[in-house]
Design a protein around this ligand. Sequence first.
Ligand SMILES: Cc1cc2nc3c(=O)[nH]c(=O)nc-3n(C[C@H](O)[C@H](O)[C@H](O)COP(=O)(O)O)c2cc1C
Length: 261
Amino acid sequence: MNEKTTYEIMKNRELLKGYHGTDVGAEPTDQAQKLPSISCLKDRKEASAIPLPTEFQKLPITTNLWDLIGRRESRRKYNDERLSLLELSFLLWASQGVRKMAGHKNPVTFRNVPSAGSRHPLDTYLFVNQVEGLSKGIYHYLPQDHTLEVWEARGDYDEELTRALCGQTFASSAPVLFVWSAIPYRTEWRYSLKAAKYILLDAGHACENLYLACESLGLGTCAIGAYDQDSLDELLGFEPGPSSEKDYECAVYAASVGKLS
Ligand SMILES: Cc1cc2nc3c(=O)[nH]c(=O)nc-3n(C[C@H](O)[C@H](O)[C@H](O)COP(=O)(O)O)c2cc1C
């Protein structure tokens, strides 16, 4: 390893401890300075929303946790059967669904996954290929009312998406690809330099719930960490970084989902 790589590795190791050394950021957090926070919920981009069904009792769900944990694995072979909207709805509920909201201005959400300080820095985007009732396109999940909105109506992203996923066609052609983005300031407002670590831990919780929810429905999923940051961000319309803007957003994790062949 050359000197530059070694230096960057050392910095990344410090990130695992939740800070970058002791001499930087020696100031109170923005929350402690009484600066305004930002919402953990994005405003709806379009007036119309696609309601998601919630009659989860109709799904043939396996509820034996012992079995689910014991059977969970990454599954990459999907058939071309469509997911039902109810199945997709369940996966969104399990990975980011809101149970409770508190407060009026910038309400705090309590969701089905834990998040450091309940700051919930993640948003969920879907590249939909085969889901009953949804045209091919890019969608955004609105956890506040458990609905979807069309993020990009275009369905011509196959090649770009495959490139963005470093050639992983099983994922780009999956019935659905989940992409979790982070809006870091949601968490930085409270945790400053510790935020980056917490955000990535939060993403792990979302994905693990997706694994267990898929397992419970007999669906296959595979976590995706190998992607080209700039290409995936561009596909989702995020401004390229680095940036100190409070609404800065970037993809942090993804997962393919499909029916098993
Ligand atoms: C952070 C993370 C990133 C991953 N990225 C990829 C990926 O890009 N492509 C892939 O095929 N699998 C990916 N995986 C799945 C792992 O390869 C898989 O979890 C591992 O081989 C163990 O297999 P199992 O999940 O079936 O137990 C990733 C898993 C994690 C946790």
